[in-house]
Design a protein around this ligand. Structure first.
Ligand code: HEC
Length: 235
């Protein structure tokens, strides 16, 4: 929803002189969308392998983070996508990656072409009947990695426009040490950080995370609290 739009009809999610114009695909079966031509298999390959139907890598879509989604959740996700009202997205421009950004891709760790990062021999994880709160937290925490880093230490997010704030350190080596579970729920549902300011949805997509259940959020908090402390910026 954050990238593809609440109706999953696609949208321009970054327009910046350095980065270029990044357009998220229309996932519905309306004009300009992929829903009518993608089989379930095609969706699975795009979501977890980062490979489009034409065999090329998706651009900027964090498939490497979605590789952990289990078989039941993948099935539910695709069924949900297919249930959405068809949207016409033929007015949207094509993705155009700015030249400076291409150069940055060559020189740094921007994940522009996720298919190259993924081990394609890994099978779809078997569904898990019951997860402990911490396991559930670890499962949903993969959606935080793209911005807060592989070890959740936070810092400058690679590949986003320069005016973005740094992502916070989500370990007890950083701001999380001072969080209660109540503070955490407030951050994730109302977007209010520990200092009491409302975070911009564009940078920290809390409105989307607000859809997580109480169990998921509480498990996520327990999981983050259990991680080894990291230095801020060590993402
Ligand atoms: C698209 C990038 C992005 C994603 C994805 C993301 N965050 Fe953030 N997050 C940020 C940024 C940037 C900030 C700092 C915002 C600010 O300072 O205004 C932030 C701040 C926060 C804060 C506030 C910390 C404080 O300083 O009080 C919490 C809590 C948080 N994120 C948790 C999470 C969790 C948990 C996830 C995964 C479920 C997540 N974030 C996913 C970008 C992101």
């Amino acid at each position: 929803m954050e990238c593809h739009g609440e109706n999953l009809g696609g949208r321009i999610f970054i327009e910046d002189p350095v980065v270029g114009t990044l357009v998220a695909t229309n996932l519905t079966d309306g004009p300009g969308g992929i829903g009518s031509t993608y089989s379930d298999e095609d969706f699975i390959k795009a979501i977890r392998n980062g490979v489009r139907k034409d065999g090329k890598s998706v651009v900027f879509m964090p498939s490497h983070e979605y590789n952990v989604i289990d078989a039941d959740d993948l099935a539910a996700l695709i069924a949900y996508i297919r249930s959405k009202v068809p949207v016409d997205s033929t007015h949207l421009p094509e993705t155009k990656i700015g030249f400076p950004f291409r150069l940055m891709y060559v020189l740094s760790d921007i994940h522009l072409f996720p298919a190259r990062l993924i081990d394609h021999s890994v099978e779809i994880p078997e569904p898990v009947a019951v997860r402990t709160p911490r396991q559930l937290g670890a499962y949903v925490a993969t959606t935080c990695i793209g911005c807060h880093g592989d070890n959740y230490g936070g810092g400058k997010i690679p590949g986003v426009p320069p005016h973005w704030p740094e992502a916070s350190n989500l370990t007890i080596g950083g701001v999380l040490a001072d969080y209660t579970e109540e503070d955490f729920f407030r951050a994730m549902r109302d977007g209010i950080n520990l200092e009491g300011h409302v975070m911009e949805q564009e940078f920290m997509p809390w409105q989307v995370f607000g859809y997580m259940t109480d169990e998921e959020l509480s498990g996520l908090f327990e999981y983050l609290q259990s991680l080894p402390p990291r230095a801020t910026g060590s993402r």
